[in-house]
Design a protein around this ligand. Structure first.
Ligand code: FE2
Ligand code: FE2
Length: 305
């Protein structure tokens, strides 16, 4: 059986962590949070250049993503999914639904998605007990991955997961496997060829078209359903896969002041998103009442998706 087929059998998490281009990572314990040195495959987290079958399928994933994500593609997807006409369900129902999803872009883990959500949320809760909005943000940050399921349009993996990047301006070298952008049609558009492209410096990330995937979709769902999550929570949801920015500082010239505040919280969140991936299972039924109370505080009972 091919690696891709094998990976399709199991549930995967996406590549939120460290290291895009250098292939080495240091795991540091934060506030008593125990960080892992290696992933399930014995390699450093986000080591996209390790010589494994898994790495080859991840590289193929990025080749497709870099070729197919264009400015026009993202614009169309935002319009289409902005209608929120795919489903009506609660946040918790979506958490359970997510267990059906497989993520081919992650070099790190084989775990049910709900375990990743709860492991991330519980690790943050331990270190930041008073920031309940951050616990809930962690729980829901990957729910947009339902885009892979048939009832949400069965989008290909490259339109759902993987690191994200801006369209409408030059592709930065900080993007993982950036060599494949040569084949992206936007590379031939002179209007997109400069550092700022069609944007103005400091315009704010809300005004920037970023590759379509689970981040932007979940942001859209949360915002349009009137969540009361504070801005940094929404920022984390929307940009947690934007590794070129939050890991490498690329595209920082497009941020405004509010983005800078969001980015500080995203740095906090990211450590947990990556390093809480482990084999220690969270007892779902035991923690469910706590998370239901947070959902009830920040979201309506049913949401349009
Ligand atoms: Fe994610
Ligand atoms: Fe995640």
């Amino acid at each position: 059986m091919s690696t891709a087929a094998k990976s399709s059998e199991k549930l995967k998490e996406d590549p939120e962590g460290l290291v895009s281009n250098c292939g080495m990572v240091k795991a540091t314990a934060q506030n008593g949070f125990e960080a892992l040195e290696n992933n399930f495959y014995g390699n450093s987290f986000r080591d996209y250049y390790a010589e494994t079958d898994r790495q080859k399928s991840v590289e193929e994933f990025y080749r497709q993503q870099h070729i197919n994500q264009t400015y026009d593609f993202v614009k169309k997807k935002r319009e289409e999914y902005g209608k929120l006409d795919k489903a009506v369900m609660s946040i918790w129902e979506c958490c359970e639904l997510l267990n059906k999803v497989v993520d081919e872009s992650d070099p790190d883990l084989d775990e049910p998605q709900i375990q990743h959500l709860l492991q991330t949320a519980e690790a943050i809760r331990k270190d930041y007990p008073n920031e309940d909005w951050l616990h809930l943000t962690a729980l829901i940050h990957d729910l947009g991955k339902v885009l892979i399921l048939p009832e949400f349009g069965a989008l290909p993996q490259w339109a759902v997961v993987g690191d994200t990047f801006p369209l409408g301006c030059a592709f930065d070298e900080a993007n993982v496997h950036n060599k494949y952008f040569v084949e992206n049609p936007d590379s031939k558009n002179p209007a997109y060829a400069t550092k700022n492209g069609i944007y103005k410096e400091g315009c704010g990330l809300d005004n920037v078209m970023i590759s379509w995937g689970h981040d932007d979709y979940m942001y859209l769902v949360a915002k349009e359903n009137g969540t009361t999550l504070p801005h940094p929570g929404l920022f984390i949801i929307r940009y947690h896969s934007f590794y070129p920015l939050h890991r490498h500082g690329a595209y920082a010239h497009l941020m405004n002041e509010q983005d800078k505040e969001g980015l500080e919280w995203l740095h906090v969140f990211n450590k947990y998103d990556l390093y809480s991936k482990s084999k220690v299972q969270v007892d779902v039924e035991a923690v469910k009442p706590y998370y239901l109370s947070l959902i009830n505080k920040y979201f309506p009972e049913k949401l349009r998706w």
